[in-house]
Design a protein around this ligand. Structure first.
Ligand code: IDP
Length: 153
C-alpha cells in the first residue's frame, strides 16, 4: 500500500491544555510516521487561507479568533491511508458527538474547540501541507518499523 501524507494541527486548545504529547503519542503508537513537525502562530491571513471553504460561514469569525488565539503545532503525518486513519482517530467535528476512543471524543465536548485538525481528502492534504511546510521541512527516512506495522500491505 502506497504511503499517503496528511496535514495535522494540534489546535490552540490542545497546546493550552498540555495535551500535545498525548496526541502525538497516539499518532506514533498507531504506527504512523512523523515527516514534519513545527510550532507556529496562525495569523488571520493564514487562517483565511487554511479555512477558505469556511470563510463565508457564520461561525468563521469565531473560528478565526480561536485558531489565532495561541500557537498551534503542525505535523505532516505519513502512512498507508493516513488521511482516513487520522480522520478516524480524530472522531466527529463535535466532541459531544464523537465516540469514546477518538481524540475528540476522549478529550472534548466542544464543536469549535475540538483539539485537532486533519485534512479531509487527498486534494486538501496536498494543499494544506503546501501551506504549512516547505519541501525542506519534510523528511524522507527509512521506515524501519514498517514490517511490524503494515506487513500485509
Ligand atoms: P473538521 O475539522 O471536522 O473537518 P470542518 O467542518 O471542516 O470540520 O470545520 C472546521 C473547523 O471549524 C472545525 O474543526 C471546528 O473547529 C470549526 N467548526 C465547524 N463547524 C462549526 C460550528 O458550527 N460552530 C463553530 N465552529 C465550527
Amino acid at each position: 500500500m502506497a504511503a499517503e501524507r496528511t496535514l495535522i494541527l494540534f489546535k490552540p486548545d490542545a497546546v493550552q491544555r498540555r495535551l500535545c504529547g498525548r496526541l502525538l503519542t497516539r499518532i506514533e503508537e498507531r504506527g504512523l510516521k512523523i515527516v514534519g513537525l513545527k510550532m507556529l502562530q496562525v495569523t488571520p491571513e493564514l487562517s483565511r487561507e487554511h479555512y477558505a471553504e469556511h470563510v463565508e460561514k457564520p461561525f468563521y469569525p469565531q473560528l478565526e479568533e480561536f485558531i489565532t488565539s495561541a500557537p498551534v503545532i503542525a505535523l505532516c503525518v505519513e502512512g498507508p491511508e493516513a488521511i482516513q486513519v487520522m480522520r478516524g482517530m480524530m472522531g466527529k467535528t463535535n466532541g459531544r458527538e464523537s465516540a469514546p476512543g477518538t481524540i475528540r471524543g476522549d478529550y472534548g465536548v466542544s464543536r469549535q474547540m475540538n483539539l485537532i485538525h486533519g485534512s479531509d481528502g487527498p486534494e486538501a492534504a496536498a494543499r494544506e501541507i503546501g501551506i504549512y511546510f516547505s519541501d525542506s521541512e519534510l523528511f524522507d527516512y527509512d521506515p524501519t518499523l514498517a514490517p511490524w506495522t503494515c506487513a500485509d500491505d
